[in-house]
Design a protein around this ligand. Structure first.
Ligand SMILES: Nc1nc2c(ncn2[C@@H]2O[C@H](COP(=O)(O)OP(=O)(O)OP(=O)(O)O)[C@@H](O)[C@H]2O)c(=O)[nH]1
Ligand SMILES: [Mg+2]
Length: 167
């Protein structure tokens, strides 16, 4: 009886958990995105002032509940010396959000290079990365690498222009 009830409870209330990496160059807006997501989706969360966000050394972890899903975000530091740590998290994550500051044209090439990691890293990814929301051509215009080099075959991907400040 206990097993039955606990199974029913889990079915009704337990959320599916997914780990999402937030990557991108330093100053791209990763932590701002995480703070805004927590503020927007977590009812009782009192967001910190965006002006108080400083560069991330290590990682920030944030949880956001969306419907029956619990998203555990890992926001990693984007400074060059920290980028070598990114691939240590791929095997554990279900998806990646790669943040690019599209107004920082001088660093678009650098951003593309930082994400254009060897296919080996990406083959460790599993789970859908999200619905396709734009074409490869549009992505390419903004400096994103061609899909084949950064998204494993059969995985979903999307390209979503947004602002994390004017929301
Ligand atoms: N205009 C504008 N500014 C933004 C946006 N997102 C972030 N910023 C600003 O960009 C700066 C850097 O934001 P962070 O969130 O600290 O960047 P980060 O990617 O976490 O940087 P690291 O922790 O160093 O890797 C801050 O001054 C933010 O206010 C945005 O959507 N629009
Ligand atoms: Mg940060």
């Amino acid at each position: 009886m206990y097993t039955l009830l606990s199974g029913l409870y889990k079915y009704m209330f337990q959320k599916d958990e997914y780990c999402i990496l937030i990557l991108g160059l330093d100053n791209a807006g990763k932590t701002t995105f995480l703070e805004q997501s927590k503020t927007r989706f977590n009812k009782n969360y009192k967001g910190m002032s965006l002006s108080k966000i400083t560069t991330t050394v290590g990682l920030n972890i944030g949880t956001v509940d969306v419907g029956k899903a619990r998203l555990m975000f890992w926001d990693l530091g984007g400074q060059e010396e920290l980028q070598s740590l990114w691939d240590k998290y791929y095997a554990e994550c279900h998806g990646v959000i790669y943040v690019i500051d599209s107004t920082d044209e001088e660093r678009l090439a650098e951003s593309k290079q930082a994400f254009g990691l060897p296919p080996l890293h990406y083959s460790q990814l599993y789970g859908p990365l999200g619905p396709a929301s734009t074409t490869a051509q549009e992505a390419s215009t903004l400096g994103a690498p061609p899909r084949a080099s950064w998204c494993p075959p059969g995985r979903g991907w999307g390209w979503i222009p947004c602002s994390c400040v004017d929301v």
